[in-house]
Write a protein that binds this ligand. Sequence first.
Ligand code: NAD
Length: 500
Amino acid sequence: MTELVRNYIDGQWVEAKSGATFDSINPATEEVVAPIVKSGVEDLDLAVQAAKRAYAKWRLVPAPRRGEILYRVGQLLLEHKEDLARLMTQEMGKVITEARGDVQEAIDMAFFMGGEGRRLLGYTAPVEMPNKFGMALRDSIGVVALITPWNFPIAIPSWKSLPALIAGNTIVFKPASDTPKLGAEFVRIFAEAGIPEGVFNIVLGPGGPIGNAIADHPDVRVISFTGSTEVGYDLYARAARKGKKVSLELGGKNAIIVMDDANLELAVEAILWSAFGTTGQRCTATSRLIVQKGIRAKLTEALVARTKALKLGYGLDPSVQVGPVVSARAREGIHEYVQIGKGEGARMLCGGEMTGDESNQGKGYFYKPTLFDNVTPNMRIAQEEIFGPVLSIIETEDLDSAIQINNSVAYGLSSSLFTENVNAAFRAIRDLTTGIVYINHGTTGAEIQFPFGGTRGTGNGMREAGQTALDSFTEWKSVYVDYSGRLQRAQIDTDEVLKD
Ligand code: NAD
């Protein structure tokens, strides 16, 4: 049995106060990856108190010095990239090439945010009185709590922790209970990089009790949450009663639109990658294909052939294209949606079956990549997030109706258009109401230097990544310095200025 994975609180690896544990399971083999401490409210409180104590010093460390620690984090992530990627494939199932990409995103973020240590830009502006100076600064906030999902187990914690730290906050991190070991390994990198005791704490265990305690805790000032819309909105409401700042990144129901003039081969590659990469379990995954009438038959035929040929299996084998879904429970949820689709009158073209790894006695939570045709925009499979390898094909007349269908869901994360017509592309950029828009590329593949997030039910208007990430973890402080030596009343003594 592998070693127990512990919480990291105040610079120490410690067991949960209750002594309870649970197992992290490999979804491809159903083997135990590691036993994990099962924390409760008491552990969370210890972590918050440690973070609160550490904040007093960390906020005063000059940001360029904080940035140097982040550069070391980037370097260490690079050195451990392969180990972390392999652990990711084992703990949550994504294939090894994608797991490497997940770690790479954190490396990119570490160097980007390390650089912010010498920016964290505020601004000055002219003031209306003589001998007076004004400036606006970004200020740290205090203890921030990070709650993350399992589907990008290194990248998403990096999007949150790196901007939070560079801005001078301290952290309590609660990773998903499906990827706790990865969460702990991520924190270990920061400890190795020299992050001071108490600045970065991790509490492992079930979301409900710990999440509620985070929302209620008076010393947690900010919550940055990525996960399902249902859990996110409940947390938001609960935290609002305590006046906390909350950043939400929630579900998606993303579409690729393919016009008659599109490059067909390119569209097929992009659709397969966006719909079935990470087994469809990305918030940006394509789950709707809105296709213009003239190209529909050819595109559908090519997609069915290529989807049936996808190789499923344990993602450590580099020839495998589609890994398992994260758990038996997730697989059941996906299968239920497939039954709903059939019941709604959509035509299943392939997939729709639970399966296992044939080379390993049928073990693992695999699901065959599934295509539905004859889907209409109002069907539940065209409106609700399935979070699995299921793609619904919706026929459309023209660009206007395609855009209207794209915008008609409760989520607004990512959308994409395939066309060779530049006028159509720019109209789509203007009219698609999602936080991310791609032209001639699928709905996945965001880069860390741009804002990431979505409209409507995908969040609450906040964005991650880029410099915008700092908005969640800083508050503006406006500073006025009057060196006139007399009382100068803004908005009142303005005429005096002209007399002087
Ligand atoms: P989830 O909502 O079940 O869990 C997310 C996190 O919340 C986990 O750490 C979980 O332990 C915790 N949690 C559970 N109950 C809680 C509670 N009552 N209070 C506080 N925290 C609680 O989501 P998931 O299944 O881990 O992730 C999949 C979802 O995440 C999908 O909906 C996906 O679209 C979304 N997602 C969104 C983005 C984005 O940036 N928009 C990125 C990745 C995933």
